[in-house]
Design a protein around this ligand. Structure first.
Ligand SMILES: Cc1ncc(COP(=O)(O)O)c(C=O)c1O
Length: 374
């Protein structure tokens, strides 16, 4: 049976809200399966979405296997076991932890809960695309502060905060540059933040940081003068991006507000089971860090040998400057079975972003890049 033909453009019908019509959709990394379909490449290498190269933690797979027989039941909507375990690990009250369908969802509910139409949210430019999408979804106004030399411009960020600002997103380390913010900078920043502003510190990559001076958001939660909300995820260091689970640590009052509008079962039962198990797996975390750090060091060395400028990073990815347009290199690498990200959409038309992979994957990227640039 053929597919029913639907009109491509509605000639009449409801208009979406103006601010929604202005939202550019989130562009994810190209999936491996699509490359196989498009170019017939049997084993592509994906270094495009800052995923964990080791694969899922075995302990998570075991927990999922056990949880499968209860799939006909709704999950615990409050995820009590996981929340309690996270809270204990972080040294906070259970009420200060909120889960999301990825930290993406927490960014969204924070914007929906705290931005009235026309309220502003300050963020660096470039930074993670979901901040702008969520702020616009809420009817708020994104105020974008260009990075300075690919790092956070604290003074310009402070200068942009005004009466209408409700949230400032601080991405530490920054995606896509990998730059981190020091303890001294962040303390100085907080001292100048007015009390009507929530400082949302997105720490999706915090576990990869090697700089001992990097600010850690959870150290600032108890500050009397500021409202700090920290976001973390099981997608990166814990290798569970496909399960969609992120968490926020923030004052109990804010968690209470966000809990009113999040979807009731936003953390699915398999994700809850896997995450509860993996929190005990320090070995997996250590192995991931080692793989990523060794991978980055190898890649930096290779870029140096090739005479390419790169941006050393505190995360699990880094930017490399290409002698030709990043879009061209991205396409040519695809044809060789290697998926990276062109940074054109992020405002760096000459840079590609490469996630650290397994040693063989990194080698394949280097070989393909050499061939492409030859
Ligand atoms: C900076 C940053 N924050 C948040 C996220 C979202 O992570 P999650 O998979 O938990 O939604 C990402 C994902 O790539 C990210 O790069």
């Amino acid at each position: 049976m053929g597919k029913k033909k639907m009109p491509q453009n509605l000639k009449k019908g409801p208009e979406p809200r103006k601010d929604i019509a202005n939202i550019a959709p989130y562009v994810p990394g190209k999936p491996i399966e699509e490359l196989t379909r498009q170019y017939g490449i049997a084993k592509p290498v994906k270094l495009a979405s800052n995923e964990n190269p080791l694969g899922p933690p075995p302990i998570a797979l075991e927990a999922i296997q056990k949880a499968l027989s209860s799939l006909h039941r709704y999950p615990d909507g409050a995820a009590r076991i996981l929340v309690a375990k996270l809270a204990q690990k972080l040294g906070v009250e259970d009420g200060c932890v909120i889960l999301g369908n990825g930290s993406d969802e927490i960014i969204q509910v924070l914007a929906l809960a705290y931005l009235n139409p026309g309220d502003e949210a300050v963020m660096s430019d470039p930074s993670f695309l979901m901040y702008e999408i969520s702020v616009r979804t809420a009817g708020g106004v994104p105020v974008k502060i260009p990075l300075k030399n690919m790092t956070w411009d604290m003074d310009a960020t402070l200068a942009a905060i005004g009466q209408r600002t409700r949230i400032v997103f601080v991405n530490n380390p920054n995606n896509p540059t990998g730059a981190s913010i020091s303890k001294a900078e962040f303390s100085a920043f907080l001292q100048q933040i007015p009390s009507h502003v929530i400082v949302c510190v997105d720490e999706a990559y915090i576990d990869f940081v090697r700089d001992k001076n990097c600010a850690i958001g959870t150290d600032y939660l108890k500050s009397d003068n500021n409202t700090v909300a920290v976001l973390r995820t099981f997608s990166k260091i814990y290798g569970m991006a496909g399960l969609r689970l992120g968490y926020g640590i923030m004052p109990q009052e804010i968690c209470g507000i966000l809990n009113r509008i999040r979807l009731p079962f936003n953390a699915n039962s398999l994700a809850q089971a896997a995450a509860t198990a993996v929190l005990d797996d320090d070995g997996f975390v250590a192995k991931t860090r080692k793989t990523v750090h060794e991978g980055l060091d190898y890649l930096y060395g290779q870029m140096e040998q090739m005479g390419l400028d790169f941006v050393p990073s505190q995360a699990n990815y880094f930017l490399v400057k290409m002698p030709v347009s990043a879009d061209e290199v991205f396409e040519a690498l695809l044809q060789k079975g290697v998926i990276v990200r062109s940074m054109r959409a992020y405002g760096y038309p000459d840079h590609i972003r490469v996630s650290a992979g397994l040693f063989e994957e990194n080698q394949r990227f280097v070989d393909a890049l050499k061939a492409v640039l030859a």
